[in-house]
Design a protein around this ligand. Structure first.
Ligand SMILES: NC(=O)c1ccc[n+]([C@@H]2O[C@H](COP(=O)([O-])OP(=O)(O)OC[C@H]3O[C@@H](n4cnc5c(N)ncnc54)[C@H](O)[C@@H]3O)[C@@H](O)[C@H]2O)c1
Length: 666
């Protein structure tokens, strides 16, 4: 059978042979046992409904084993044999370039060289799922191959509910992931309902098919490290010879050492997983691997002395590095953490003092003990960080719920007022006021031709647009424009592509619209050989309501509401998005955030031009309007500017209250 025939077949009519677990790749840890006997039966009944009754006897036994062995039913037998990667768009079967482009994006999210646990359909973040099982993947690809532009595919947490009649300008897919009745959004609810096969954790770009490998975060991380460097600079000096200590070499965290190199500092990144460390070394995302703490100290001292730009992976626990550097009085200029603390009890955070394998065993066999070890480790880590910050280290939370989980663990992490944390989140100090409030966020695109030449052409087009815009841009956004021009100029040289031919570039509303227009024209005139997919990380101006991350610099009390993210996805869907998605969880954890995104296919048509202008303008300015209403200075400036260029926009502006009026009233 050809690849196209496999896709069109969907769930195979005859049972494929059993598949052994491939131990050469990275696998999800066993999930904790949470279902009762009755619930286990229900999980099996749920899984078997994808298959012909005649196979139920065989599959029931097999799926019961999977549930016992892995805590989930992945349906390994149905994993396709063909290679999983983002193929050139013309290789996909289908009746629409839009649906073929979506297949390109889905396969990229499951590519072995891109995804964290590809055979468990997890793209990043330990639990960021594209689908819950392989039957859902097969059925979704089949639906995409057969549907037309008069239909919309409806995805419920990885499950394709069906193709419904719609119209040409409607999204081709509407995705929801992990949407729960609010009272059922605790961590164990995810464990239970995911094990039952009725929901999944879509992270941000996993369940929305918009992941582009660690590049996606390298750019944001570069901007963060650069601006953190500007914050600590005493006399405007750069980061040369300064030390950035952090952790994690996973899906997103793996971008930190590369970003550190681009920003020009010494990066030490601790990682407990040997497989992941070796992958990052072989990909060139880290320069050196070190396994001994004393060797690490000597190497860092040498790097400091020579002001080297270098990234060092330490294979071991981050807690021991913070403690060792304190003992040795080794000064850390910038500190952070990117373990997966949004998922602390199921493999996101490994406690110090226990081997990696033992920890994996303990989290499944003895979850209560594991939980205690994690919390003890977080208390130790915080105590060590506190010693460093007392010496002058600038520590920031990197959007992984470190501060939140440390506080829940009873660590010494609260500020004196007992309400705030001792340390800022990177959004409060850096990303919010410098980027999001002005509309700058992680805009991205993918060349569905899979051609590096096309990508290079888009880089040039995007750079030309930004340089032209910068000439007339106000002083408030000049630094952002300059950083982004520098980024796009260095993008080819920095070899950022892992998986699809994709690029990320922080841009504001005007930049995104102008770049998209240039791309659509280039597709129309054949300069670019196939459609381009536009999208963004959900980690953006408008798409995400998350009080401890994206909206942590909203101070009018509305950071605990989720109207913005919901408005955003509804607005995108009727303004021309090719697909939209809305998720519970993502970044900081299940129940802690609502986030949404879109994908838009630019096929060079007039309709695409209309859609991009309408949708991208909304997609950014919705969030700026809200940030403006929250009295954020940059956003008040940016929304007034948007109203000047678009007469059909009229946003409610806040009246600022004189503080002196508010004293002694209660
Ligand atoms: N700042 C941002 O913009 C941003 C963006 C995306 C994700 N995040 C958050 O950052 C976190 C990391 O994301 P990811 O995709 O890299 O997750 P990941 O699970 O792929 O990687 C985390 C890595 O940390 C390692 N680790 C865990 N505990 C450790 C310890 N004690 N010492 C050393 N290493 C340890 C794990 O082995 C894993 O490889 C998540 O919580 C995610 O939600 C932040």
């Amino acid at each position: 059978m050809t690849f196209q025939e496999h896709i069109k077949e969907g769930i195979p009519a005859n049972l494929p042979s059993v598949k052994k677990i491939d131990n050469t790749i990275n696998h999800a840890p066993k999930r904790k046992e949470i279902l009762s006997k009755v619930e286990k039966d229900l999980a099996l009944r749920n899984a078997l409904r994808y298959f012909d009754k005649k196979y139920h006897e065989i599959l029931a036994k097999e799926f019961a084993e999977e549930l016992k062995d892995f805590g989930r039913i992945y349906m390994h037998r149905f994993r396709p044999d063909y290679k999983m990667y983002a193929r050139p768009i013309n290789e996909y079967p289908g009746k629409s370039m839009q649906t073929k482009a979506i297949m390109h994006m889905i396969q990229n999210n499951l590519d072995v060289s891109v995804a964290q646990h590809p055979h468990e359909l997890i793209t990043y973040g330990g639990n960021g799922a594209v689908f819950q099982n392989w039957a859902q993947y097969l059925l979704t690809m089949q639906y995409l191959a057969e549907m037309t532009e008069e239909q919309t595919l409806i995805m419920y947490s990885g499950h394709p509910m069906g193709i419904f009649p719609s119209h040409k300008n409607a999204p081709r897919i509407v995705v929801t992931n992990g949407m729960m009745i609010p009272n059922y959004s605790k961590q164990d609810d995810w464990e239970k309902f995911n094990a039952l096969g009725v929901t999944q954790y879509g992270q941000m770009t996993a369940g929305s098919y918009m992941y582009i490998g660690p590049q996606g975060i390298v750019h944001g991380t570069t901007i963060t490290v650069l601006n953190a460097g500007r914050k600590i600079a005493k006399k405007g000096e750069d980061l040369a010879g300064k030390l950035f200590l952090t952790s994690g070499l996973g899906g997103m965290s793996g971008a930190q050492p590369k970003a550190g190199n681009i920003a020009g500092c010494i990066t030490v990144c601790a990682e407990v997983n040997p497989k992941i460390t070796d992958i990052r070394l072989s990909q060139g995302w880290i320069d050196e691997k070190i396994t001994d703490l004393d060797v690490l100290v000597t190497r860092v001292l040498k790097a400091k002395e020579n002001k080297e730009v270098v990234s060092l992976a330490f294979l071991g626990n981050i807690v021991s590095v913070w403690e060792k550097f304190d003992e040795e009085n080794l000064f850390v200029d910038l500190g952070s953490d990117q373990t997966s603390l949004h998922n602390p009890w199921a493999g996101g955070y490994y406690p110090v003092g226990i081997s990696f394998d033992k920890a994996n065993e303990m989290m499944a066999r003895n979850p209560n003990e594991f939980r205690e070890k994690v919390q003890e480790s977080l208390r130790r880590q915080t105590a060590a960080i506190n010693k460093h910050t007392a010496k002058g280290t600038y520590f920031f939370d990197y959007g992984n719920a470190f501060l939140l989980e440390a506080s829940r663990a009873g660590a010494d992490i609260m500020a004196e007022n007992g309400i705030d944390f001792k340390y800022p989140s990177y959004v409060q100090d850096i990303m919010g006021p410098m980027c999001f409030d002005y509309g700058f966020g992680p805009f991205r695109w993918v060349c569905t031709s899979a051609s590096p030449d096309d990508l290079q052409k888009t880089d040039v087009l995007a750079c030309d647009v930004l340089e032209a815009l910068m000439k007339n841009s106000p002083v408030e956004i000049q630094q952002q424009m300059a950083d982004n021009i520098q980024w796009i100029k260095g993008a080819q040289e920095n070899k950022l592509v892992v998986g699809s031919q994709a690029r990320i570039l922080y841009a504001d509303a005007e930049g995104r619209v102008k770049i998209a227009e240039a791309f659509n024209n280039a597709v129309k005139n054949g300069e670019i050989t196939a459609p381009i997919v536009l999208g963004r990380d959900h980690h953006d101006v408008s798409g995400t309501d998350s009080p401890f991350r994206e909206t942590s610099n909203i101070y009018d009390g509305s950071q605990f509401t989720a109207d913005m993210a919901i408005q955003n996805v509804i607005g995108d869907s009727f303004r021309g998005a090719t697909w939209v998605s809305i998720h519970n969880g993502g970044g900081v954890g299940w129940g802690e955030v609502i986030n949404g995104g879109f994908g838009m296919v630019l096929d060079g048509s007039k309709e695409a031009e209309k859609r991009l202008k309408n949708m991208l303008f909304w997609d950014v300015n919705n969030g700026i309007a809200r940030r403006n209403w929250a009295r954020n200075e940059g956003a008040m400036f940016a929304i007034k500017r948007a109203m000047e260029v678009e007469p059909n926009l009229k946003v409610t502006l806040p009246n600022l209250v004189d503080d002196s009026l508010l004293h002694d009233l209660f």
